[in-house]
Design a protein around this ligand. Structure first.
Ligand SMILES: *Cc1c(COP(=O)(O)O)cnc(C)c1O
Length: 405
């Protein structure tokens, strides 16, 4: 087997930064990334043959753990019948029907190949349906890497955003307004001034991309009321929370129905899938029904649809949400007294406060030495899966408490 060090040396001369997605490069924690050799259940083995208990879970998709035998079997069964059709097929329809049955208010769903495409397309649909250009996002939420969403709040009292990545044109960023989370006052102010020109507000209802920033329900309720009042579409980005925090995602958890919702991660069962869903009337604007264009060569890919469908079926059959809540609350009890520990169901995060980056570097490497793999960044959350056991969760609680002590 080629060693980790050798693979990393070569990767840096082949892939920019050695990786296919930036956080994987370990820039925030230092040291060399681990090359995964194979993964099963709650564990993976790296190229040097070391075994780790994984709490990254591919950043969320693997709610059933790595290489779940029933998903692998479903793929074995499905793939000999074709890897891509570029035409409608049954498992795509079955997955669509399941999403619509589970997600509050959803009547139509369009599949994409990533979460980024889902949010980008949902926003285009919102603009096409309302005839308005401005969109709103919140500071601390992540919605993928499309131009209009890589935007930071403008300085001072400016309502219009500025690019948060090189390569994003200023005039595009200006069409995005960035507001603070959990602040009804700023919402009221914004809607009074700009409600009439705003197409959509996009939010992670359970913000889990800059730590875990749980919102007060009254904030989300106020957002729902204001958007309705001003004819602005509310988009819940449920790429992480969808099918995880509850069967019907955060919409079910909070009892708030958005106009559009976006999905990814879990919906592909470990294969690349995204989706956006909402009321039928809105989807009358989407091609081929209407003038808002959106398409994808591999959208509705049969292997990905099979993996996603099987995942949702297993979640339901095993009432995975109760099980994940059990494991999550056990973890929370296990780390009792650990300052800054936050959890929503199977999503957890340690808010290390001031000096978080330095403290996290030590925490990350301390855990790694003890065989536990956490996300290589202080602001990424951890995920439990149904492949984790009580013993795994107890081990995590013990190691976290030890290393932080
Ligand atoms: C991961 C994520 C995305 C982007 O999905 P990709 O599949 O990585 O493009 C969008 N929104 C949220 C909330 C996410 O967590």
């Amino acid at each position: 087997m080629t060693t980790n060090a050798e693979l990393w040396r070569r990767a840096q001369n082949a892939l920019p930064g050695g990786v296919s997605s930036p956080v994987r490069a370990f820039g925030a924690v230092g040291g060399d990334p681990l090359f995964v050799h194979e993964a099963q259940g709650a564990h993976f083995v790296d190229a040097d043959g070391r075994r780790f208990l994984d709490f990254v879970m591919s950043w969320g998709p693997l709610i059933l753990g790595h290489a779940h035998p029933e998903i692998v079997d479903a793929l074995h069964e499905a793939t000999p019948h074709g890897l891509s059709y570029g035409a409608p097929h049954e498992s795509e329809l079955l997955l669509a029907e399941k999403v619509l049955a589970w997600y509050p208010g959803a009547e139509r769903v369009r599949f994409t190949s990533s979460g980024t495409e889902a949010t980008m397309s949902a926003l285009r649909l919102a603009r096409g349906a309302t005839g308005r250009d401005r969109i709103v996002k919140f500071d601390g939420c992540y919605h993928g890497h499309s131009d209009g969403l890589l935007v930071a709040a403008g300085s001072g009292a400016k309502t219009f955003g500025t690019p948060s990545s090189a390569g994003v044109p200023g005039p595009i960023a200006e069409l995005t307004s960035v507001l603070p989370l959990d602040d009804e006052g700023r919402l009221d102010e914004f809607f009074a001034q700009h409600g009439a020109e705003t197409a959509a507000v996009i939010i992670e209802p359970v913000p889990a991309n800059n730590g875990l920033l749980l919102q007060r329900p009254v904030f989300l309720e106020r957002l729902r009321a204001l958007t309705s009042e001003h004819g602005v579409l509310l988009i819940f980005d449920e790429v992480i929370s969808g099918f995880r925090v509850a069967r019907g995602g955060a919409a079910e958890l909070y009892g708030i129905e958005p106009d559009l919702a976006t999905f990814g991660k879990i919906i592909g069962g470990g294969l690349p899938v995204g989706a956006f869903a909402g009321r039928a009337e809105l989807f009358e604007h989407l091609a081929p029904n209407g003038p808002v264009y959106q398409a994808g060569t591999l959208s509705g890919n049969p292997a990905a649809m099979t993996a996603g469908l099987r995942t949702l079926e297993i979640l339901e059959r095993d009432d995975a949400w109760s099980r994940l809540e059990e494991l999550g609350s056990r973890l929370q009890e296990g780390v009792h007294g650990l300052q800054g520990f936050v959890r929503q169901g199977s999503i957890f995060w340690c808010d290390l406060g001031a000096g978080a980056a330095d403290r996290y570097r030590d925490l990350f490497h301390g855990c790694l030495e003890r065989g536990i793999y956490l996300a290589p960044s202080a602001f990424e959350v951890g995920f439990l899966s149904t492949s984790h056991t009580e013993a795994h969760v107890d081990e995590l609680a013990r190691v976290l408490t030890d290393v932080l002590a």
